[in-house]
Write a protein that binds this ligand. Structure first.
Ligand SMILES: CC[C@H]1O[C@@H](n2cnc3c(N)ncnc32)[C@H](O)[C@@H]1O
Length: 483
């Protein structure tokens, strides 16, 4: 099928669906009409979109962890612990890496090995192998809504099974689950795979079943400038709404400077709504998600709690609808349920202490917001120009031209010409602009801020600053100052 933003026609969807459901034996368990009825019988308290919109109305910031293990009973025990002992407002089911690469035979081997050694030998829940009934056990055993979290370039079968299995939210997108997660998968192919996922959600929506979609905001999670992650978020939001998605949660990964992070949270829903309306879409509900620091963490647990708390504070002051929580084991690997729950409790302590506080709109905050809006518009307008109005076509061409360029991405389809570095206050700026479509005013602003850091540190701006910034938080700092 040719690449276009337009809604997929039913014949194309049906053709693909036959192939998708045949990719693994559990595909046979999916019956769309029966799944719609199952969803309609879920209590509202388990419907992700409903609780998110409630939170947006009340100005609540919710807390959600990541979590997933190989076997169903252990996964239920883990999620119940995070709900009851951690106080999670939303639960995840984080999917394992084999499933993310459609390697279901190896996921099965991981299940078998986990059963024989008595502990999880996968880094997530292999939902495709476990199938629809097992997914329904997850949904039925929890009180709060549950979301599928993963990193899957071709997430079509995973969506069919987990949505039929009662999950009411699905993370990812054709750019955000390709560029940071794959080396050699074309952007055109993953945009098309995710148009299938979003069309499936659209079909549920047409039957009155609301499924929340959350593009993966942080991308590589390493010094990604807000305008670049916002541009990707807007594009994936438009691609989703074009296929019939209604409940849209746009994401952003914490950078660490409070003004910049709050400005990013304020501008994300604004710029998304601006472009959805500009492109003629009207029927959508936007919420936001803030990811606590996605880069390297301190090994020391007390310092890790400091990073977690700082992320919670930024989420609260930026009025995010949801914050994705880290654990004090982040530097070590998959957290124990106790550590994961502790990260949630730390976060919720901060959220509740800050819920009645707002960061005043100062000149600096307004300036940061203006910068993010101007940069993001510059990228998106160039994408639409390259695509002659079609944002899907424009996105592929924008990556080819380096108009969208994600720092430190493994994908060979990403230009990788830009270089971010912090300024002296820790805000993420650009040292190298690559082919980003920024005018001289924007470039001068970035260059001046980084030059000022150079003067403060008595060194010329260089790649060394980038390296120092990448390790800084793990070493207990924000700005990677020279020793
Ligand atoms: C996007 C990367 C983030 O997801 C986290 N993560 C990945 N798999 C799991 C998992 N199975 N349980 C808990 N956290 C997880 C990881 O620690 C990192 O913070």
């Amino acid at each position: 099928m040719e690449l276009t933003v337009k809604q997929m026609d039913p014949e194309e969807f049906a053709r693909q669906r036959k192939d998708v459901l045949a990719q693994w034996a559990t595909g046979k368990e999916v019956n769309f009409e029966e799944a719609v009825e199952y969803h309609k019988n879920l209590p509202k308290s388990k419907v992700f979109a409903h609780k998110l919109e409630e939170g947006k109305r009340q100005g609540i910031t919710y807390a959600q962890p990541r979590a997933g293990v190989a076997l169903l009973n252990e996964h239920l025990e883990l999620l119940r612990y995070l709900q009851d002992e951690g106080g999670a407002d939303f639960l995840p089911t984080t999917i394992d890496s084999y499933t993310r690469q459609n390697r279901y035979a190896e996921a099965q081997a991981g299940i078998d090995e986990s059963r024989s050694v008595g502990r999880s030998m996968l880094n997530g829940f292999p939902a495709v192998n476990h199938g629809v009934a097992a997914c329904r056990q997850v949904v039925e055993n929890m009180q709060v809504p549950v979301q599928v979290r993963h990193g899957t370039p071709d997430a079509r079968l995973l969506a069919e099974i987990t949505l039929a299995g009662g999950f009411t939210a699905y993370e990812g997108g054709g750019i955000s689950y390709n560029i940071p997660y794959a080396k050699d998968v074309s952007i055109e192919s993953t945009i098309k795979y995710w148009q299938y996922v979003d069309r499936l959600v659209g079909l549920y929506e047409e039957k009155g079943v609301s499924i929340n979609r959350e593009p993966f905001g942080p991308l590589t999670g390493t010094l990604v400038p807000p305008s670049i992650s916002h541009a990707v978020a807007v594009i994936e939001g438009v691609l989703a709404v074009a296929q019939g998605v209604r409940s849209l949660t746009l994401g952003y990964g914490q950078c660490g400077n409070l003004l910049q992070d709050v400005a990013a949270l304020h501008t994300l829903p604004m710029i998304t709504e601006e472009y959805l309306k500009k492109l003629g879409y009207t029927n959508f509900n936007i919420t936001t998600v803030f990811h606590q620091w996605m880069g390297g963490f301190p090994q020391d647990e007390a310092k890790a709690y400091g990073v977690i708390s700082w992320g919670a504070a930024a989420a609260a002051l930026g009025k995010a609808t949801k914050v994705i929580v880290k654990s004090p084991h982040e530097a070590l690997g998959i957290p124990t349920k106790e550590a994961n729950a502790a990260g949630i409790r730390t976060t919720k302590q901060i959220l509740s202490m800050l819920k009645d506080q707002t960061l005043p709109m100062t000149e600096e905050l307004a300036f940061e917001e203006k910068m993010i809006i101007n940069e993001t518009r510059a990228i998106l307008d160039k994408v639409l120009e390259l695509g002659e109005g079609d944002i899907a076509v424009g996105t592929v061409r924008a990556f080819q031209a380096g108009v969208i360029d994600v720092p430190f991405a493994p994908s060979r389809f990403n230009a990788g010409k830009i270089l971010p570095a912090r300024d002296s206050q820790g805000a993420v700026r650009l040292l190298e602009f690559g082919n980003l479509p920024f005018g001289t005013e924007i470039k001068k602003f970035h260059q001046e801020r980084i030059a000022q850091r150079g003067r403060d540190e008595g060194r010329d701006p260089s790649f060394q600053m980038v390296i120092d910034d990448i390790y800084a938080i793990g070493k207990g700092m924000l700005v990677g100052r020279p020793r």
